[in-house]
Design a protein around this ligand. Structure first.
Ligand code: SF4
Length: 422
């Protein structure tokens, strides 16, 4: 393990690439670019955990063979977690095709919301770079930014980095219960329009009515911060470039409808000015899996293989539902960048690939420790705005294999396919 500079970070969808790490026996300390997620991720000491079969230590070969046997017997396997890099996602798709499995990323619901909204109303998206360089006014909905991506303020919102703001401070308005996590500076002015999660859709609806000068029902708006919303609407009309940014996990029930409302708001603002929408949705490698799935199958996730066909069923292929309903008969968890999002105990034969076996409070049938992309092995991840692929580096000698290698070994160990003789 050596000190390293300009290190790309795999631990959230922001994709910072400026970290400076100092090596120590217990993991890396961060000298530049520290945040709560990167500290925890790079601070993990190298793992020497061994594979386990039915709770007993086993060789990797034995664990792979057992996993292949379980998958070979399964009729409705499920591949989930999928918090892995591009190579891991591709290997997962190969295994899913061979075993005719369903696939759902651990944040599949967030991706599904965005896709549904895009299908029904279209969308006008912006990127992290546009946000940083051009946005005079940013609305944060269902997030204060840093609760999803801890360095968002420092790396993107702080107006001193903007190429086209001509020294003017950027205004950021948080709509929802989350308070801003930073105070005003010369380059950044915060405002908080405080309302509970269940009022956020009504606040966005009222904002749109104000912008379009439509009448509002007093009874329907009596609980909303109408003065602040009216001031915001008037400011939104003035700026030349604005952005609406949302955190899918903070949108509450019916998040897809709220995303649709936000996208519609963005579209109506574009009639006269330039606005873009952006979801902070790429954590735990969600965007990486979504992109690989898209370019491999034409669908963004929540798929199942049937014969040579890929079936996209975003409402039905929900990992939690498939497991709780007993529809699936074998679960494969593919991690690498899942952090604390470990799977709960499954009532079906389970194969778990994770760098964090010690965090599991149950014993899967097969447990295979793997490395972390960007720390234990090289790889590629995709930033949450879908436009940048981040080359991840191998920073230390690791005993743990990459998820892609393990998945390909399981694939190679599967029993031969039955062929019909008619
Ligand atoms: S904000 Fe995200 S990408 Fe940046 S250092 Fe923190 S965890 Fe890594």
């Amino acid at each position: 393990m050596d000190n390293a500079r300009n290190v790309p970070c795999p631990f959230c969808g922001l994709g910072c690439d400026d970290l400076a790490l100092r090596a120590s026996d217990s993991g890396f300390a961060i000298e530049h670019g520290a945040c709560v997620r990167s500290r925890a991720g790079f601070g993990q000491p190298p793992s020497s955990a061994k594979a386990r079969v039915n709770g007993a230590e086993a060789s990797l070969d034995a664990a792979v063979s057992q996993a292949a046997g379980l998958l070979g017997e399964a009729r409705e396997p499920l591949l989930t977690g999928l918090a892995t890099d591009v190579a891991g996602s591709r290997a997962a798709l190969r295994l899913a095709q061979r075993t005719q499995a369903s696939m759902d990323h651990l944040h599949g619901i967030g991706g599904f919301q965005g896709v549904l909204a895009m299908q029904s109303s279209g969308g006008m998206s912006t990127t992290m770079s546009e946000l940083r360089n051009r946005a005079e006014l940013v609305l944060l909905v269902g997030t204060n930014g840093v609760d999803v991506m801890p360095r968002l303020t420092e790396r993107v919102l702080e107006g001193s980095q903007a190429a086209f703001l001509d020294g003017k401070p950027r205004e950021v308005v948080v709509i929802g219960p989350q308070a801003p996590d930073a105070s005003d500076s010369e380059q950044l002015h915060w405002q908080h329009i405080d309302c509970p999660v269940y009022d956020v859709p009504y606040a966005i609806g009222a904002l749109r009515c104000l912008l379009e000068e439509r009448d509002l029902d007093d009874a329907a708006t009596s609980d909303l911060p109408m003065t602040a919303l009216a001031e915001l609407a008037s400011r939104m009309r003035e700026v030349d470039y604005g952005a609406v940014v949302w955190g899918p996990a903070g949108l509450g029930a019916h998040g897809d409808l709220l995303v649709e409302a936000l996208q519609t708001l963005v579209q109506s603002l574009n009639a006269e000015k330039r606005w873009g929408g952006l979801a902070l949705a790429g954590n735990e490698s969600a965007t990486t899996f979504e992109e690989v799935c898209l370019w491999s199958t034409g669908y963004p996730g929540r798929i199942r293989f049937r014969g040579d066909d890929v079936i996209y069923e975003p409402r039905l292929i929900d990992a939690g539902r498939l497991l709780s309903s007993g529809t699936t008969d074998c679960m494969v968890w593919i991690g690498g960048m899942e952090g604390d999002h470990l799977p709960g105990k499954a009532e079906v034969p389970s194969i778990v690939l994770t760098p964090y076996p010690e965090r599991l409070d149950w014993q899967p049938d097969v447990l295979i420790p793997i490395g972390v992309p960007g720390l234990d092995h090289a790889g590629t991840s995709v930033r949450s705005d879908h436009v940048v692929s981040l080359p991840l580096r191998s920073l230390r000698d690791s005993q743990q294999p990459a998820a892609a290698d393990v998945l390909d070994r399981i694939l190679a160990g599967l029993p031969a396919r039955e062929t019909s003789s008619c």
